[in-house]
Design a protein around this ligand. Structure first.
Ligand SMILES: [Zn+2]
Ligand SMILES: [Zn+2]
Length: 792
């Protein structure tokens, strides 16, 4: 048998698959019932650069699932596209000195080549790119639907401004007070902005977590971000303005202790108050200075600074006038941006009061009973909470309320490279949506697209000035563009019907394929893309454009991939591009390696030595299977056949049930080792066929070639092997059972038992039950094949 030559083999099979359209999937016929469909999706790449090993992990994992499910008889949709609008691509273009379109399209071509070189099973008929008018026409169409429903609106608001990128950022794009993209310290500015009313869906976004099978930590991140808290909204009267200002508090029981009133510097009332303020200059100067500081700095600052407006609000419980201050530690992000300060029972309010000589009044004593609280004195705080809200309610000064940390999603950007917002401003008619039949509003070419603080499109007079669609008078287009997270909030729907030029998609087609059965992507998208997509689908569901409420049924987060240390071979010039590595070692070696190096949900380091090691395994597989190919067929039993069945059982369970991808490779390696001892032994052929069949999702090219050398055809269409139960040897071991780290029992267990089964076995032990004595097990730590430790 000739030498293993990955390059030739891989090119050969990639040609065959493309000629046969092996991984393209037809849409159903109208009336087809869903059932055997499976939608496999990985987050799409930004074409701001080329693919790196992180992408290789993500897409190879998706590929293994695709092959596995296909061979289990499911019809698998596995599309791919490009998130080609937005800051990453535009910044790359500025750096490289070209037009974003040219840079993006060159990158898309290169990424497409890389993807094909890696042999991923993709339906290339469904490719979409966010910057193509055929796609963003429908992004604009969806915007219009949101606008009609009042779910997209424009208002002046304090926004996060990145001075480096010269654009507004969503709250989700600010990490510890810095721009997520460039790390610059974010400033607060007041600007007219477009928002999506995601807050109207805050409760639904929380509640529908129960519909989806996502990692608990991701749900927790979203829950925390949405930040629901129950309390009361109380009205504080400001007589000078003839206004009741609502304040949200989780502690209405402390209202008798509210001795001053605070506004965030960004609060819309501040401007009006300043006009009436005897301290106008001082307050104005204070506001100017704090707005330039970043949020993180403001909150963390040791000194609680503020400016007294000289005006008073009325405490709704005591009817006392209390001074109104503007203070930097109050943020617009939380509640209403106005708070009742209770220095007796809030650490930060106390610091502020002490610094500025404001009164401090205790209203709850050490036993949690109200004092100094009028007729409520003597009541326990919890009871008082409800009674006070009721009492204020009767006086029209309060009501029970729920508050969310989540803010509406600001999505307009003062940048060039994005989807134009289909809105026209007319002096006579106001804000006029572009009529549907005039879509798409095409992004025009401009000479200078670099950010200058005002949108580059505003300088393009020819594009900007249009007749008003409503009255025909002179009008101007909206020059802001959409955040690219709008583009990616619905791309998974377009894949299903990518060539439709009458609608974004047919409802029956999305209802057939969606929700996505398995989504794979980074956990860093938990509060951005993953929340936005859920919001979009909820709105589309209400608009009856889709028949489901959640986009992604199951979610998996891959770990981060780093390149290991300085071990890269210098003579080769530190090869890091996956396609170049594939040229050197074979795509199969790169694919196998990235899943072998560690559990896919953990961070990992990759080294070129590691890829070399896997390439050696493939050469060994090639040689041993080649030898076994001449062994006779058959062989009913024997150790090799048993080993093959065991391997089938392990690999199937790992991929299918546990969603673990490194251990199946180790299992196949073990089988190949056994086979290598005597490739002519009884059952050798079966073992060889099994090894090849099981490694196929990972290394489809070499597997296909070996399969044909074993005298068979079209492995990619072969049913996934099923283990013969009667051949499975039930290995047993002594399971050590601990309670809080102390050994309490030893029992016999089967090697085939799952972690859940081992835990159940541990809990069932009489000795353990005596120890537990009815206490709840808080955690169970399982070391497979060894022990279970129950923590109480
Ligand atoms: Zn920035
Ligand atoms: Zn008009």
């Amino acid at each position: 048998m000739e030498k293993y030559d990955p390059k030739t083999i891989e090119a050969k099979w990639q040609r065959v698959w493309e000629d046969e359209r092996a991984f393209y999937v037809d849409n159903p016929e109208p009336g087809d019932e869903p059932g055997d469909d499976f939608y496999m999706l990985e987050m799409l790449p930004y074409p701001s650069g080329h693919l790196h090993m992180g992408h290789v992990l993500n897409y190879t994992l998706g590929d293994v699932v695709t092959h596995f499910k296909r061979r289990q008889g499911l019809q698998v949709l596995r599309p791919m596209g490009y998130d080609s609008f937005g800051l990453p691509a535009e910044n790359a273009a500025i750096k490289e000195g070209g037009h974003p379109r040219e840079i993006v399209e060159a990158n898309i071509a290169r990424i497409g080549t890389q993807m094909r070189r890696l042999g991923w099973a993709i339906d290339w008929d469904r490719v979409i790119a966010a910057h193509e008018p055929g796609y963003y026409r429908w992004t604009q169409w969806l915007f219009l639907k949101f606008f009609e429903k009042g779910l997209a609106y424009r208002k002046e608001a304090p926004v996060n401004w990145c001075p480096n990128d010269q654009t507004v950022l969503a709250n989700e794009q600010v990490i510890n007070g810095r721009c997520e993209r460039c790390g610059a310290v974010v400033e607060s500015r007041k600007m007219e902005q477009w928002f999506f009313r995601i807050t109207a869906y805050a409760d639904a976004l929380l509640k529908d977590h129960e519909l989806i099978d996502w990692p608990e930590r991701t749900k927790a991140i979203q829950r925390n971000w949405i930040g629901r808290s129950e309390g009361a909204e109380l009205l504080f009267r400001i007589d000078e303005l003839d206004l009741d200002v609502p304040v949200f508090t989780t502690r209405p029981d402390t209202v008798f202790g509210a001795t001053f009133f605070l506004l965030a510097p960004e609060h819309p009332l501040v401007d009006t108050l300043v006009e009436r303020s005897p301290n106008a200059d001082e307050v104005r100067e204070y506001v100017r200075k704090t707005m330039a500081k970043r949020g993180e700095e403001r909150v963390a600052a040791g000194e609680k600074t503020g400016a007294f407006t000289g005006l008073y609000a009325v405490n709704p419980a005591t009817d006392e006038p209390i001074p109104i201050w503007v203070a930097d530690y109050v943020l617009m992000d939380y509640g209403t941006g106005a708070i009742m300060a209770v220095p007796g029972h809030d650490e930060r309010d106390r610091e502020f009061a002490e610094r500025h000589g404001l009164p401090i009044r205790e209203v709850v004593d050490e036993d949690g009973v109200l004092v100094n609280s009028g007729q409520f004195s003597g009541l326990p705080a919890e009871e008082a909470q409800q009674a006070i809200v009721e009492w204020l309610g009767e006086r029209g000064r309060g009501r029970p309320a729920v508050s969310f940390r989540l803010r509406d999603w600001g999505f307009s950007r003062q940048r060039y490279w994005g989807c134009p917002i289909p809105i026209i401003y007319c002096d006579r008619c106001g804000v006029v949506p572009v009529p549907e039949e005039d879509l798409p509003v095409v992004l025009p070419d401009v000479e200078d697209y670099r950010p200058k603080g005002k949108p580059p499109l505003a300088s393009n007079e020819e594009w900007l000035n249009v007749p008003c669609p409503s009255c025909g008078g002179p009008a101007v287009r909206e020059a802001d563009t959409m955040d690219t997270f709008v583009d990616s909030s619905w791309y998974f729907l377009r894949y299903v019907d990518p060539h439709n030029d009458q609608a974004p998609f047919e409802r029956w087609l999305v209802d057939y394929w969606l929700p996505v059965d398995q989504y794979v992507g980074g956990i860093d998208h938990a509060t951005g893309h993953l929340l936005y997509s859920r919001f979009f689908v909820k709105v589309l569901n209400e608009l009856e454009l889709v028949g489901f409420r959640e986009p992604f049924q199951r979610l998996f987060h891959q770990g981060w991939v780093r390149q290991g240390g300085s071990k890269m071979s210098k003579s080769r010039g530190n090869v890091t591009a996956p396609d170049e590595l594939a040229d050197m070692y074979g795509a199969d070696a790169v694919r196998l390696y990235i899943l072998f190096v560690g559990p896919a949900d953990q961070d990992m380091d990759w080294t070129e030595e590691g890829v070399e090691g896997i390439a050696r395994f493939l050469r060994r597989l090639w040689r041993i299977v080649g030898e076994a190919a001449s062994a006779p067929e058959g062989g009913e039993g024997g150790p090799l056949v048993r080993k093959a069945h065991e391997t089938i059982a392990r690999v199937t369970d790992d991929i299918g049930r546990r969603f673990v991808f490194n251990t199946p490779i180790a299992a196949v390696m073990e089988l190949v080792n056994e086979l290598g001892r005597d490739p002519a032994a009884p059952g050798a052929r079966f073992a060889a066929e099994t090894a090849v069949s099981l490694i196929q999702p990972y290394a489809p090219h070499v597997a296909e070639e070996l399969w044909s050398r074993l005298g068979h055809e079209r492995l990619w269409e072969q049913p996934w092997p099923v283990a013969d139960e009667s051949q499975l040897e039930r290995e047993t071991f002594e399971l050590v059972i601990q309670v809080n780290g102390k050994v309490r029992d030893r029992v016999e267990a089967s090697a085939a038992e799952s972690e859940e089964e081992l835990i159940a076995r541990a809990k069932a032990s009489e000795k353990v039950q005596a120890q537990l004595d009815g206490q709840e097990v808080r955690q169970a730590i399982v070391v497979p094949g060894k022990l279970v430790n129950l923590v109480v």
